[in-house]
Design a protein around this ligand. Structure first.
Ligand SMILES: Nc1ncnc2c1ncn2[C@@H]1O[C@H](COP(=O)(O)OP(=O)(O)OP(=O)(O)O)[C@@H](O)[C@H]1O
Ligand SMILES: [Mg+2]
Length: 656
């Protein structure tokens, strides 16, 4: 490549020069390189080389001038030859020589010049692209001689609160005088909602956090609970919370988690293990005595069962109750619930509007008696099927952190909150809880009723479908009707599979129950279904046919309790028997009860008490009693069965 000033011709003269050069004026160097016979081709090649240099020179100059005003030049542009890859511009890739441009450098005006806050002259610079740490890293140091950024070590002039923290070190600092003033803090941060302290913690947990809990037995006494654990500092608790008994065992540690828990997915385990943080509100509180469970009809018809109105007698309601139902069914049985302070057990939903809530609201008492329902069956339902057990809070269910969170988010909140807009999707009204026997499905169903402030009606599929039980259909329809005439209500149907096992065989009781069940789930059997949540539970989800399965909008897998949850269940059960194991013994017991359900853990404790001669035992239960019981009580769910639950959950479950 050879360039002389006369080559710098205007572009419109190029063809002439081209002809001239190619025909008459090859350089001596080119002549030497030309092999004989290849003259014509080499002339073109030589001309091409020479023209490329010309063209490149002119075009570069022209475009550089043209676009110098467009290019954002935050810093003094270096000479073109200063770029490492300038050889590309010269058409000779890898050429280490700097490109000999005619004038170096082209004066490129920065758009920032003249703007407020921009230093002019060689010492000027602005925080544009030139300040990018990427560019700064790629460009040689001397090229930044005039850059006021001063490299990464330059101290920022902004206060830290004004985005200083977000600026990369390579960004240029700018003179504070020319900068717009920082926006007021109120614009940078949304104002806290009323009642929130400006700097107070979100929750009222102890400032230093709770003390580390090394394990069972050696735990320090838990700190006194904050007055309102879920209220922010500025909000007052509506009613004072009860002070925990001093003997309350502290929350157990997580040191007993077995290496592998059958049937518990890693994902779920990870979620549950994080319960201390994300699911803190679901932490187990083993203070209350467990409610008697397992009875198909926990009637407890002792006159004290409120049943959210089914059994309660509001003051002065007896007079209003005129036998609207023939057959001697007094209407007071279905009277409106009283939510006076003396009867309202749940602080969570203190306000109940007598007016019907908008669509989607769950507490909508219709007051309409169900039509076409056998009054006798209705009386039976209201007297026998209303669960009168104590309320079950999330904290009463050990473990299951992810499941409890999913139930609350997917079910409880949508049911309790009015829809955001008229076209909002209808909250789910049916949920299926499946899992091994004794895993706590019914317990969770009761907890849902508590959370919703709803009446709980319990049906047991096996009882309804028992051979010889001709009234199964009648009871089923009456249960749906009773639930729907006094919402909010939760209808808990356990052992759902028993109703469906022989659908084709309509001659059997179970087969006969299939059709009414589906009809009721579709909204039949009484008044509107808006205030009723149907909770079906089963330990044989595979027995559900597609029609039934589809009618349960949500399907959750209730797993066996993991190590920490087993420890909590055992601790509570043993505490009721006056048994206090050492930390080591409890750890061993938790290890030895892998695969046990909550129900089986309860059986183990009962068996230990029975083996030791309880009731009327003169001494507290010991570890040896429990060891002996372990020989008799074992886990019922096989690994294969647990695998099938996992598979079914993958296919049809909610997969929380
Ligand atoms: N996670 C748990 N925390 C505390 N107690 C539990 C837990 N799981 C089960 N239990 C206890 O075990 C017993 C059986 O629970 P539950 O009746 O809810 O099981 P289930 O899954 O409905 O069983 P089934 O399939 O036989 O109907 C109850 O006393 C319950 O309180
Ligand atoms: Mg059950």
């Amino acid at each position: 490549m050879h360039w002389t000033p006369e080559h710098a011709q205007p572009l419109n003269q190029w063809p002439e020069q081209h002809l001239d050069v190619s025909s008459t004026t090859p350089s001596p160097a080119h002549k030497l390189e030309l092999p004989p016979g290849g003259r014509q081709r080499c002339h073109y090649a030589w001309a091409h080389d020479d023209i490329s240099a010309l063209t490149a020179s002119n075009l570069l100059k022209r475009y550089a001038e043209k676009y110098s005003g467009v290019l954002d030049s935050p810093y003094e542009r270096p000479t073109l030859g200063g770029y490492g890859d300038a050889a590309f511009l010269n058409g000779a890739k890898g050429d280490p020589e700097p490109w000999p441009g005619p004038e170096t450098p082209y004066p490129l005006a920065s758009l920032h010049e003249g703007l407020p806050g921009t230093k002019s002259g060689t010492g000027g610079g602005s925080g544009g692209l030139g300040g990018s740490p990427v560019l700064a890293g790629n460009l040689p140091e001397p090229l930044y001689a005039g850059n006021a950024c001063g490299g990464p070590s330059a101290a920022p002039e902004y206060a830290a609160g004004y985005g200083g923290g977000y600026l990369a070190p390579g960004y240029c600092t700018q003179t504070g005088a020319a900068l717009p003033p920082p926006p007021p803090a109120a614009l940078l941060q949304p104002p806290p909602p009323p009642g929130y302290g400006p700097s107070g913690p979100l929750y009222n947990y102890p400032a230093g956090g709770y003390a580390a809990q090394p394990g069972y037995g050696t735990l320090p006494p838990p700190p006194a609970p904050p007055p309102a654990p879920y209220l922010t500092s500025g909000l007052a608790a509506p009613t004072p919370l009860p002070t925990p008994a001093p003997s309350r065992p502290p929350p157990s540690s997580y040191g007993f988690q077995g290496a592998s828990e059958a049937g518990v997915s890693l994902k779920r385990k990870a979620a549950d293990e994080g319960a201390e943080g994300r699911y803190r509100k679901y932490a187990f509180e083993p203070t209350k005595a467990p409610a008697a469970d397992g009875a198909s009809y926990p009637a407890a018809d002792n006159g004290e069962c409120r049943g959210n109105g089914f059994r309660a007698k509001p003051p002065g309601a007896a007079e209003e109750a005129s036998g609207k139902y023939s057959g001697g069914v007094p209407l007071k049985v279905l009277g409106s619930p009283v939510y006076g302070p003396q009867l309202e057990p749940f602080e969570k939903f203190p306000e109940r509007s007598p007016a019907p809530a908008p669509r989607g609201g769950f507490a909508v008492p219709s007051g309409e008696p169900p039509k076409g329902v056998d009054p006798g069956a209705l009386e039976l339902v209201t007297s026998k099927m209303v669960d009168c057990g104590p309320p079950v809070q999330w904290a009463d269910v050990a473990g299951q952190g992810a499941l409890k969170a999913a139930l609350e988010e997917e079910l409880v909140w949508p049911l309790l909150r009015p829809p955001a807009y008229p076209g909002s999707p209808r909250p789910p009204r049916t949920v299926l809880l499946f899992g091994p026997r004794g895993a706590g499905k019914a317990l969770l169903g009761r907890c849902l009723a508590t959370q919703l402030g709803a009446t709980l009606l319990r049906l047991r599929g096996a009882t309804l479908a028992a051979p010889g039980s001709a009234e199964g259909t009648r009871l089923l329809q009456a249960a749906f009707a009773a639930a729907r005439c006094r919402p909010p209500a939760v209808l808990l149907i356990s052992e759902l599979d028993a109703l469906l096992s022989a659908r084709e065989d309509s001659a059997t009781a179970a087969g006969a129950l299939q059709a009414p069940l589906l009809a009721c789930l579709d909204g039949g059997c009484g008044a509107g279904a808006d205030g009723v949540l149907v909770v079906g539970t089963t330990s044989r989800p595979a027995a559900l046919d597609e029609a039934t399965r589809r009618r349960f909008a949500l399907r959750f897998y209730v797993t066996l309790p993991d190590g920490p949850a087993r420890g909590q269940i055992l601790q509570r059960a043993l505490a009721q028997q006056g048994c206090a194991l050492s930390e080591r013994e409890l750890a061993a017991l938790v290890q030895g009860t892998q695969g046990f359900s909550g129900g089986e853990l309860g059986q183990l404790c009962q068996q230990a008490a029975a083996g030791a001669g309880l009731p009327g035992l003169q001494r507290p239960l010991s570890y040896k009693d429990l060891e002996a019981a372990l020989a008799k009580v074992g886990p019922r769910a096989s690994p294969k069965e647990l695998d099938s639950f996992v598979e079914w959950d993958k296919m049809y479950g909610f997969g929380h």
